[in-house]
Design a protein around this ligand. Structure first.
Ligand code: F6P
Length: 558
């Protein structure tokens, strides 16, 4: 699948969209008033996800042209190539098969991708069984630390995709965690992260999971060494004769595609869980990278999470384009980005438990689609990528919503809300979750329909202040609702964003599965390290600004 990408800007549909954008005058008030079928026509169900696109800046002509664009650039063909295990990650010459991580063990042969002669579904389920067995042992107390005490805290050491997925899902599924078993996460190479995360923990009851696809990531290996030293020092304080090798074997496990490097680190390969180069880091929470989560919520719930992913995979693979939610959402984002000038995209979960979801999506979408060349090496022909950001409602309402409501930028926003709360509470007669949902509904309504000057005046507002109190409306939102934030629904949500990211990548002609843009900084950090440590020759080789910053560092170091 190394054919040159179709240049989307040279398609007929792109021309049509350009013409439509030139005359586009969105008017959600009028569209809603004149078209009673709009909401029905633009609301879709995919699995348990109920997705309302009616408050989007979309009319039938734009929608038809977007669907034609998907057809012309070949989204469906590339999607099928991905599911079949073709090497669509061109720059790394790899298959892209995170969808195989959630195929059921008994998936029929026609759905089982075969990577270079290997039945990957069998491999996936072999590892899953080992992870589940290990998690059961930790959860039941059968797996103990070296002193025989049961594990109380699991610390995942990883960064990027080896951290964000597990921590996001651990937070999201708080209601499903086993009591008495806590997970913590260390990612940053700022030593504060390790220091504060380990504070108060008892080495005898702490288990570390070193999660790294490559097992070569500076942050993760440094933190793993810090944690190993902390563990051994802590255990030796109570028993100086303790055998270090046994201690590491009982307190350290690893998840990686590089099992040889795991052994070099001193972790028993029997305590390592593998995955494969066809799983991108940011697509790996549903692989063994999710081991901390499996321990927290249990294998059964994790299997439900995988089932949720699979539901949306099947939807994306089989639903007709006009009803295919990830495809539609991806195309809508192309419309906003390439035709209406949007640069960023807000994700606003009305669920405190999803407070790490925007951060998770930042890696998923921006590491995937923040590219300036296409998969054949030629420059992109249009803007790519969106800047994802967000915070849970209602906190965001009291911080940055002002800009979304009345600022000069177009900021498409996805609102995510659940019918049933994880923690129902009442304030006297008031169901607090209902109050919360009222805010979600009010915000999307205010953004769509605004408030005219006449409406402001009718409230008795002094004329001088009227302009400041007008809301123009026509600020696009997508509302995603589901019955509750269950493991399955979380899997569905993640898969939804994976596939809409994929859709955008195909339209832009980019390889959404490599991440070469992170390499230069890593290389330079190694070069600069000697300079920071005081090597004057290395310092002298830096540019003038870096030299000046180093000098500041040395002047102020205490
Ligand atoms: O530097 C970016 C990156 O390669 C991500 O894509 C990845 O998720 C992260 O680093 C961690 O990599 P690893 O799992 O190999 O430690």
């Amino acid at each position: 699948m190394t054919d040159a990408p179709v240049d989307s800007t040279s398609t007929a549909a792109w021309g049509q969209l350009t013409a439509l954008a030139a005359d586009f005058e969105p008017d959600l008030r009028r569209w809603f008033a004149q078209d009673p079928g709009r909401v029905d026509r633009l609301t879709f169900d995919a699995g348990d996800l109920h997705v309302d696109l009616s408050k989007s800046l979309l009319d039938d002509s734009v929608l038809a042209a977007l669907l034609a664009l998907a057809e012309e650039v070949g989204v469906a063909g590339r999607r099928d190539a991905m599911f079949a295990g073709e090497h669509i990650n061109v720059t790394e010459d790899r298959a892209v098969l995170h969808t195989a991580l959630r195929l059921p063990a008994d998936a029929p042969p026609r759905e089982r991708p075969n990577v270079d002669g290997q039945d990957v579904v069998a491999d996936v389920h072999d590892v899953l069984r080992r992870v589940y067995d290990f998690a059961d042992q930790v959860r039941s107390g059968a797996w103990t630390g070296v002193t025989g005490e049961r594990i109380r805290t699991v610390v995942n050491i990883g960064i990027g995709g080896s951290d964000l997925g597990p921590v996001m899902a651990y937070e999201a599924l708080a209601a499903y965690r086993q009591e008495g078993l806590e997970c913590r996460f260390i990612s940053n190479i700022d030593p504060t992260d390790a220091a504060t995360t380990l504070a108060g923990l008892d080495p005898a009851t702490t288990l570390f999971i070193v999660s790294s696809k490559t097992f070569g990531t500076l942050e993760t290996l440094t933190n793993a060494r810090l944690c190993k030293a902390w563990l051994l020092d802590g255990l030796a304080a109570s028993d100086a004769s303790l055998d270090q090798r046994s201690a590491v074997a009982k307190h350290f496990v690893a998840v990686s595609t590089a099992l040889d490097k795991v052994a070099d680190f001193g972790i028993d390969p029997a305590n390592a869980f593998g995955f494969w180069d066809w799983v991108g880091g940011r697509y790996s929470v549903d692989s063994a990278i999710g081991t901390s989560l499996v321990i927290a919520i249990g294998p059964e719930r994790f299997a439900e999470l995988l089932g949720g992913f699979h539901t949306i995979d099947e939807h994306f693979r089989t639903a007709p384009p006009a009803e295919n939610v990830p495809l539609l959402m991806g195309l809508l984002n192309v419309w906003y980005t390439n035709f209406l000038g949007a640069e960023s995209h807000a994700v606003l979960p009305y669920a405190q438990l999803l407070h790490r979801f925007p951060a998770y999506l930042q890696q998923l979408t921006m590491e995937s689609n923040g590219k300036g060349v296409r998969w054949d090496g030629s420059p992109v022909t249009t803007e790519t990528g969106e800047i994802y950001w967000g915070e849970p409602g209602t906190n965001g309402q009291h911080a940055f919503y002002q800009l979304i409501h009345q600022g000069t930028r177009l900021i498409p926003a996805d609102f995510i809300a659940f019918v049933n709360p994880a923690y129902p509470l009442r304030d006297g007669d008031t169901d607090v979750h209902q109050l919360f949902l009222a805010n979600f509904l009010a915000q999307t309504r205010a953004l769509a329909f605004g408030k005219t000057a006449d409406e402001v005046r009718a409230e008795g507002t002094a004329e001088a202040v009227v302009p400041a109190r007008v809301f123009t409306g026509n600020r696009p939102t997508t509302s995603i609702m589901a019955p509750e934030l269950s493991p399955s629904v979380l899997g569905q949500l993640i898969a939804l964003y994976e596939h809409l990211t994929f859709t955008q990548g195909v339209v832009w002609g980019i390889d959404s599965f490599d991440q070469w843009g992170v390499e230069l900084g890593k290389q330079l950090a190694q070069q600069v390290q000697a300079a920071v440590a005081g090597d004057t020759a290395a310092a002298g080789a830096q540019d003038a600004s870096t030299q000046a910053l180093l000098a500041y560092y040395w002047r102020h170091r205490t």
